[in-house]
Design a protein around this ligand. Structure first.
Ligand code: APR
Length: 236
């Protein structure tokens, strides 16, 4: 079993090494190891709600929630020049907090740390503690609720990069919410390989070239370290 896992990590590293246009796509499952609940995992917010249970109380305050080894492994891919674009469904601000630059990220469902002006559309950090925009417009949360439109810039960029990539990696998503879940489908349609690292089943499992059911924190940091060894030893 151990050997098989090591082999699969090496295969993931090889696919990362060969990729010329890598897109990573994250869901709530990448933030559970930071102490945040997911939605449809065994203890997820919607799973518990369906059982008439409230969400599990958070052990830490939002300010204390930090990026984990999974977020940092994605950041490492950016630092070594491998990550072309990052698409996230998460509103927890952890990719930006980890150091991912804004222009490399589409936050399809918004970001709880950002407000948007209803008049000039400017986004303002919650930390600015501004009540109204400089233009006088009212500030509203950027978090997208069910049935609301997704931010156009993020949606357009996510589709564009999903169609251009040659490798699309899903980290911690059940892939059941659209239009976000259309991104891996667009990637497959464009001939990209799909890799899924997710503890739960997804509707796209049978299309994945590599499938990990282990925790992201056990898989992705090790695969990125393996990739760096490859890059260090291979003459490009
Ligand atoms: N490692 C790997 N997989 C994990 C981990 C982990 N450490 N923790 C949780 N998972 C898996 C869960 O088993 C689940 O299959 O991550 C998946 C998360 O799926 P969801 O909870 O459905 O989250 P997500 O796919 O991001 O939901 C999409 O739905 O409720 C809306 O707007 C909300 O953005 C959210 C959207």
């Amino acid at each position: 079993m151990k050997e098989d896992f090591r082999d699969r990590i090496k295969n993931l590293a090889r696919l990362l090494y060969k990729s010329r246009y890598l897109v990573v796509f994250t869901g709530a499952g990448i933030s559970t190891e930071s102490g945040l609940p997911d939605f449809r995992g065994p203890d997820g917010v919607w799973t518990r709600k369906d059982k008439g249970l409230p969400p599990k109380p958070m052990a830490k305050s939002w300010e204390e929630i930090e990026p984990n080894s999974g977020h940092l492994a994605v950041l490492e891919l950016y630092k070594i020049g491998k990550l072309k674009f990052l698409i996230s469904q998460n509103v927890d601000n952890l990719h930006l907090k980890s150091g991912i630059p804004n222009q490399l990220l589409a936050e399809l469902h918004g970001n709880r740390a950002k407000f948007r002006c209803t008049r000039c559309e400017k986004t303002i950090d919650r930390s600015a503690r501004q009540k109204v925009c400089d233009c006088g417009g009212a500030l509203v949360s950027t978090v997208v609720d069910f049935g609301q439109p997704l931010p156009q810039r993020d949606l357009d960029l996510a589709f564009e990069h999903s169609r251009k990539c040659d490798l699309f990696i899903v980290l911690g998503s059940s892939l059941v919410v659209t239009p976000a879940a259309e991104m891996p489908v667009e990637a497959l349609r464009s001939g990209a390989k799909l890799i899924i690292v997710n503890k739960g089943e997804t509707p796209l499992d049978r299309f994945a070239s590599l499938r990990f059911h282990e925790k992201i924190g056990e898989v992705f940091p090790e695969a990125v370290e393996e990739l760096k060894k490859f890059m260090g030893t291979q003459v490009t």
